[in-house]
Design a protein around this ligand. Structure first.
Ligand code: ZN
Length: 108
């Protein structure tokens, strides 16, 4: 079992495709953790080495974005204690093809 991707956290990751511990998983916005899980699974099932590398890079970026969402991660330069419900989750960087279904907003 790997440990949580959050620096300094010693707990075990929640699952094979979820590099955060359960505590951190529930602290993170769903849009972010969902993207991490999705990308991890996609990375796992692709046979294309180039694509896998690309997904791995993306995954690392998403994990970094997640960590920046945590107020006490130490990685955040400007913590923003905005309540999740008060703002729309930002799109994580590097969203390319196979982006999460954030339709609905633009789906007209
Ligand atoms: Zn953790």
């Amino acid at each position: 079992m790997t440990s949580c991707a959050v620096p300094g956290c010693q707990k075990d990751a929640a699952g094979r495709h979820q590099p955060f511990c359960v505590d951190h998983y529930f602290k993170l916005p769903k849009a972010y953790t969902g993207l991490v899980t999705r990308t991890s699974i996609e990375c796992d099932r692709t046979d294309d080495a180039d694509r896998r590398q690309h997904l791995r890079d993306q995954l690392a970026g998403y994990i970094a974005s997640c960590i920046r969402q945590l107020p006490n991660s130490g990685a955040a330069s400007a913590p923003q204690p905005a309540p999740e419900s008060a703002r729309r989750p930002q799109s994580p960087p590097c969203v390319t093809a196979g982006a999460p279904k954030q339709r609905g907003f633009f789906d007209e």
